[in-house]
Write a protein that binds this ligand. Structure first.
Ligand SMILES: [Zn+2]
Length: 274
């Protein structure tokens, strides 16, 4: 079947703050050698106590997607996303998203919520094991992973980047473009409605935890694969601008990571247990 092709608008029309999203597409890769011990990929915020999933098979399941972190068959990183600098070293978005996701995973499991992730410390690369170098398929496969797992919610974790270093703040996107959604009488479909509710709850929780500006709940003006192919409610968090030195330094503070991860988990719990 021919994959749905999604026209991309010129970058100038999209705004450079969407750089990290534009960079989401990536190629295929062979499985990276697994790391056996939990660790921090940034080396700044280690999380070595990720609990196992709750044993209750009826507990709701959330799938996290730490953005970017894809490699092609030669091992070259193709989906790094945006990046920042901290104490003289580069902080790639794909590393920080994984660190944050593992903290969120630990907190969700502590809430009694089952949690899986498209990438983990054991499998830090998103490896497309089929369809070769089809870059556009990558985020489609991440969404399909969430569907295969039977997720109640698909939470994609990102950080922003902009050529304007003054750009700052966080925002929460909700999915109103799933091809699996069926619009109801009021226009929006069930998936979009649920996605919006999840986004509002997570944004509200973040507003209690993050010192960055709340840029609000938003929708994408153009289709993105990770949303178009989502078969469950989905949100995408842009937790701050790595291109902004203040945002970047703040996001790397251990207390920030703990607070924001706990807030994301709380927002998810509020969504799952109204
Ligand atoms: Zn990103």
């Amino acid at each position: 079947m021919t994959p749905l092709r999604i026209p991309l608008l010129p970058a100038a029309m999209l705004g450079l703050s969407l750089l990290c999203i534009a960079a989401l597409a990536s190629g295929a890769a062979k499985a990276a050698k697994p790391n056996t011990e939990p660790r921090s990929v940034t080396g700044l915020i280690p999380r070595a106590d990720i609990p196992a999933n709750p044993t209750d098979p009826h507990a709701p399941l959330v799938v996290l997607d730490p953005g970017h972190g894809t490699r092609d068959s030669s091992g070259r990183i193709t989906g790094q996303g945006s990046s920042g600098r901290y104490k003289g070293r580069e902080i790639p978005e794909h590393e920080l998203t994984l660190d944050y996701a593992m903290w969120v995973m630990a907190d969700l499991r502590s809430h009694g919520i089952r949690c899986e992730s498209t990438r983990t410390y054991s499998h830090p690369w998103f490896n497309v094991s089929y369809r070769g170098h089809d870059q556009e398929a990558n985020n489609k496969l991440r969404a399909e992973f969430a569907a295969e797992q039977g997720a109640a919610l698909f939470v994609r974790i990102h950080f922003d980047g902009s050529t304007n270093k003054a750009d700052s703040g966080y925002k929460v996107f909700y999915d109103d473009q799933s091809k699996f959604d069926t619009p109801g009488k009021g226009g929006k479909g069930k998936l979009a409605t649920q996605s919006l509710r999840a986004a509002k709850l997570i944004d509200a929780a973040l507003s209690q935890a993050s010192k960055l500006s709340d840029l609000g709940v938003k929708r994408f003006e153009r289709p993105i694969y990770g949303f178009v192919y989502a078969q469950q409610p989905a949100v995408l968090l842009e937790l701050g601008y790595l291109s902004n030195p203040h945002d970047c330094a703040y996001l790397l503070e251990p207390e920030t990571v703990k607070g924001i991860a706990a807030a994301v988990a709380q927002g998810v719990a509020d969504y799952l247990h109204p």
